[in-house]
Design a protein around this ligand. Structure first.
Ligand code: PHE
Length: 360
């Protein structure tokens, strides 16, 4: 009897002390399993006298039930505790702000946006895109564009030259996108209709000039294009780009060695309000240089000027970006200030198209 009492006390203490379900299962097997301590006691019943069996039988069975109940109760407690611990471990703080994803945070730089816009507009008029290197030779940047050696127009470009090579020639950072005209005429047969957007460099820096800036060149070579065609192309471009129903342009005679005649083109605008408006007002804003491609340039590029003719124009991309989107300091374009790009940048998935509105 006292054996059974101490077995009960011992088992109950073990059950109480079991710290997890595995430990509890080990206790169950040790007590109620085939060779468990209680099962061994039950086996003894067979060899007992009927009287003893009558008195001890219920006690052992009672002990078996009691231990069974204690195991079940403890298992419930341990299960609850395990669940509570797991819930605590796996908590999610739903008040934490979401980490922003790249497409909602990132912005397209206004220059990239404007290049996409003007590419879409010119593509609609049948223009392809041509590119050339930023590091150019003197030949492509000047000579092939009909700048005579020693001509003062070369000096007007504030060129960044590299150190001279042994043979005396010097590479330079292209001062305009016009060398791409020459490269395109050498590579393609007329009819040619391309724009050439890209980086250009001049040693200059103030509110409206940076040493690196962007231009877009336009070049059309065929047998029939005239100044009239040029005016139409530019007018269509300016209307689409500034998203206005009409623009008024003024062409002033100018000089570029690679075009003849040459013009500077101004557009009518109104600067009386806080924002500049195009197509109305009494002010004129210079916007681009243009002209008919000089016969010498055609000839040097392998095109017969007796057969072909055409026009070219060059425009500052940064300048038209500032005009359209209202920035006032060009230098900020290249400061890489995240706050600036947040304010003036464009959402990456809003790609400019003619049907969706070029400014997205
Ligand atoms: N390349 C000229 C400039 O940078 C612009 C231009 C391009 C003028 C094409 C006429 C024709 O000032």
């Amino acid at each position: 009897m006292s054996d059974l009492t101490s077995l009960e006390t011992d088992l109950l203490a073990q059950i109480e002390a079991a710290s997890d379900e595995t430990a509890l299962e080990a206790i169950r097997i040790a007590a109620l399993g085939k060779k468990g301590s209680i099962s061994e006691q039950l086996k003894l019943l067979g060899s007992m006298s009927p009287e003893d069996r009558k008195t001890i039988g219920p006690i052992i069975n009672g002990l078996k039930d009691k231990i069974g109940d204690a195991l079940t109760a403890r298992r419930e407690v341990l299960k609850d505790a395990a669940l509570t611990a797991r819930l605590a471990r796996e908590t999610v703080d739903i008040t934490l702000p979401l980490r922003p994803n790249p497409t909602s945070e990132g912005r397209i730089h206004p220059i990239a946006q404007v290049i996409d816009e003007l590419t879409a507009i010119f593509a609609d008029m049948g223009f392809g895109v041509a590119e050339g290197p930023d590091v150019e030779t003197d030949y492509y940047n000047f000579t092939a564009l009909n700048f005579p050696i020693g001509h003062p127009a070369r000096e007007m470009h504030d060129t960044f030259f590299f150190n001279p090579k042994e043979d005396g020639s010097r590479l330079l950072l292209r001062t305009h996108t016009s060398p791409v005209q020459v490269r395109t005429m050498q590579a393609q047969k007329p009819p040619i209709r391309v724009i050439c957007p890209g980086r250009t460099y001049r040693c200059d820096s103030d509110q409206t000039h940076t040493p690196m800036f962007h231009q877009v060149e336009g070049l059309v070579i065929d047998k029939t294009s005239t100044i009239g065609t040029l005016k139409w192309v530019l007018e269509e471009f300016l209307k689409a780009f500034f998203e206005v129903p009409s623009v008024e342009m003024r062409f002033r005679p100018s000089f570029f060695p690679f075009t003849e005649p040459s013009y500077e083109c101004d557009i009518r605008c109104d600067r009386s309000g806080p924002e500049i408006k195009f197509g109305e007002g009494n002010d004129w804003l210079e916007i681009l240089g243009c002209g008919m491609v000089h016969p010498n340039v055609l000839r040097m590029s392998g095109i017969d000027p007796a057969e072909y003719q055409g026009f070219a124009f060059g425009m500052g991309i940064d300048r038209i970006a500032m005009l359209k989107y209202g920035m006032n300091d060009l230098r900020a374009f290249f400061d890489a200030d995240v706050r600036w790009i947040k304010q003036y940048g464009f959402r990456p998935l809003e790609v400019p198209t003619l049907f969706g509105g070029v400014s997205g």
